[in-house]
Ligand binder design. Structure first.
Ligand code: SF4
Length: 338
């Protein structure tokens, strides 16, 4: 694939882990980039390396500090797994990650794709890194009669294509092509180095297994306020966001709560519509603590719960500006945010 490699040399994005592809840097970048855009990841990656420059610095940190640094990146299981991985690495010979993908697979948070990426990019081991971008590029290149091969077949092709020389460059070039040109919708085929060999450049094939739409889910997020303090818990009815500070969330409305707005957010395969409801005392049966504004700024909350608090602040500002202090209901609709 010399055309692909030449294109990659000229057009690859200047990502910080590419200039210093140590096993630690590649592992951190791979954990952060799962299901997250690279532009979102970049400031987190730089901040993370300043605070945790090595496996041992990460392993020594309390989980609350690790989660705090991850706040806003979502999918907190990745942060907990990366933390667990750092602790495991310190138990390994020479306190280093192994280069063998099979051994990598036995470590916390490492699946087939991440094992392939770390082994090929950081250790130059000829093994595939098969992610959604690679599946899409290969699927389109190998499409016949408007249909792509199955994922099983594409995985086998990806493995057979990896060269012994520079396997990391090969894997990254395929992924970069998928990220920059072979986009899910409207691929930029005229700029593609593989267009002359691609049967999909004029008409995209059907996806073998179209992704089902997200399942809608409704919930109530309770903002419990006493003067300037907010009550936070660690409990969630679905055991979501373990280790984080949370606003209490319930499937049903609380009889004493006042609806102040609405947010929607994606979570795994769900599209969640949350009613934000204001309450003055904690609901019975919940454990938690009051947090002053300065404690609140130090707490680690998931992005939707920060959004709910921002909504409360907006409401307060509008009330301050409104004569008489009571907010007309038409303004409450304005506050519904997405
Ligand atoms: S020609 Fe178009 S569809 Fe084919 S690999 Fe390139 S970008 Fe993807």
């Amino acid at each position: 694939m010399p055309l692909l490699y030449r294109w990659y040399q000229q057009h690859q994005r200047p990502l910080p882990w590419r200039t210093s592809p140590t096993p630690y840097h590649i592992a951190v970048s791979e954990f952060m980039c799962q299901q997250t855009r690279i532009t979102t990841v970049l400031p987190y990656y730089k901040r993370w390396l300043r605070r945790f420059p090595s496996w041992s610095a990460l392993a020594r940190a309390p989980q609350s500090v690790v989660l705090r640094l991850w706040e806003g990146l979502g999918y907190y299981r990745r942060a907990r797994s990366l933390h667990a991985l750092a602790k495991s690495v310190l138990q390994l010979p020479h306190r280093r990650l192994p280069s063998d993908p099979q051994k990598l697979l036995q470590l916390p948070g490492i699946g087939h794709y991440t094992a392939g990426a770390i082994a090929s990019i950081a250790f130059n081991v000829p093994t595939p890194a098969f992610d959604g971008n690679v599946a899409r590029v290969l699927g389109r290149l190998l499409a016949r009669g408007g249909c792509t091969p199955s994922l099983f077949e594409l995985r086998a092709v990806a493995a057979a294509l990896v060269p012994r020389k520079n396997p990391g460059t090969h894997n990254q070039a395929l992924m970069e092509l998928g990220a920059l040109l072979c986009l899910p919708k409207n691929p930029l085929c005229p700029s593609c180095p593989l267009r002359s060999a691609c049967p999909s450049r004029l008409r995209l094939p059907q996806r073998a297994n179209p992704r089902p739409p997200p399942t809608p889910l409704r919930e109530h997020i309770l903002v419990i306020r006493k003067k300037q303090s907010i009550w936070l818990t660690r409990q969630h009815p679905s055991n979501r966001w373990r280790g984080l500070h949370l606003l209490p969330t319930t499937p049903q409305p609380h009889p004493e709560a006042r609806h102040i707005g609405r947010i929607t957010y994606p979570f795994t395969r769900y599209k969640i519509t949350a009613s934000i409801d204001l309450l003055s005392r904690p609901p019975s049966g919940w454990r938690g603590k009051w947090h002053t504004p300065s404690q609140l700024s130090q707490a680690t909350l998931p992005a939707p719960h920060r959004k709910a608090l921002a909504l409360l602040n907006q409401l307060g500002n509008l009330q301050n500006h409104h004569e008489g202090g009571s907010l007309p209901s038409r303004h409450q609709h304005v506050l519904a945010c997405r």
